[in-house]
Write a protein that binds this ligand. Structure first.
Ligand code: FPP
Length: 264
């Protein structure tokens, strides 16, 4: 997994985003534009996953979330669904030694009970095997939909309220967040979408409230370490205001004059 290419010399290493989330789009178009079948595109997309995980680790990113399979993807032809599941299983199988060596902790979020048995077994195995790793967290969104995540959280909240474990009057954002799939994972700072579209596509809707969004025309198979560095360099040029004014952010004040607003 080690790559001698050094993509990072132009980076401000002090301002690396803590959590980067990626919508990996464009495998099919990458393949079709070369007269290849879509599966070839997904296979090449796996090479990008390898490269981006390696670069994220080298850069010191703490959390990398990859949108590997959406709830909507279940509606694709069965052959394509099976092939995507197989590629994921193969990726974990091949990469596990490197994942362990780099102390990466792998997790999965989504309606995992819907995954085929073989995929569930692989997910369970890699999560268990890497659970005590203290390095980068690598989160795969698999059979994932953000609306479904919010509905699942609401269902559990209602059960807890009914059981008297939760007072609805005391429900706040922090309590709600605790019901999401990975409550201990901090919100993404940067969300990247490849493939040329500017959509959120039901990805981490709650968690990206204040994420910087970066879109690129590169199809996912063309997005490698150098393109990740480009995205982060762009992110480092942004001013994150979190609802404050630019002057407040520049002056380092916390908005305690009562002017705090959640809108920008
Ligand atoms: C989008 O391409 C990509 C996906 C459906 C998910 C990403 C899957 C991989 C990178 C392969 C296996 C995953 C892992 C994590 C090893 P698309 O088919 O929507 O492209 P299109 O918009 O051009 O049709």
């Amino acid at each position: 997994m080690d790559d001698p290419r050094v993509n990072a010399p132009r980076m401000n290493t002090a301002a690396i985003p803590n959590h980067v989330a990626i919508i990996m789009d464009g495998n099919g178009r990458w393949a079709q534009s070369r007269g290849l079948d879509r599966n070839r595109g997904h296979r090449e997309g796996v090479e990008s996953v390898r490269a981006v995980v390696r670069e994220a680790h080298n850069l010191g990113i703490n959390v990398l979330t990859l949108y590997a399979f959406s709830m909507e993807n279940w509606n694709r032809p069965k052959l394509e669904v099976n092939s995507l599941m197989g590629l994921f299983e193969e990726y974990i199988d091949v990469e596990l030694p490197q994942i362990m060596e780099k102390k990466i902790r792998v997790r999965a979020i989504g309606r995992l009970d819907r995954l085929p048995r073989a995929t569930r077994v692989v997910v369970k195995h890699v999560m268990k095997k890497t659970a005590n790793n203290g390095g980068m967290e690598l989160v795969f969104a698999l059979s994932y939909g953000a609306r479904q995540e919010i509905v699942d959280a609401a269902k559990q909240l209602m059960r807890d309220a009914e059981a008297g474990k939760l007072d609805p009057e005391r429900l706040d954002e922090k309590t709600f967040s605790a019901y999401l799939y990975a409550p201990d994972v901090p919100d993404p700072d940067l969300m990247i979408r490849t493939g040329g579209d500017s959509r959120v596509s039901n990805f981490l809707l709650w968690q990206i409230a204040y994420a910087e969004i970066y879109t690129t025309d590169h199809m996912w198979p063309d997005f490698r370490g150098a393109q990740l560095v480009d995205a982060i360099t762009d992110y480092q040029g942004r001013e994150r205001r979190f609802g404050l004014t630019s002057a407040q952010v520049q002056g380092g004040t916390d908005g305690a004059d009562g002017a705090t607003s959640e809108s920008e």
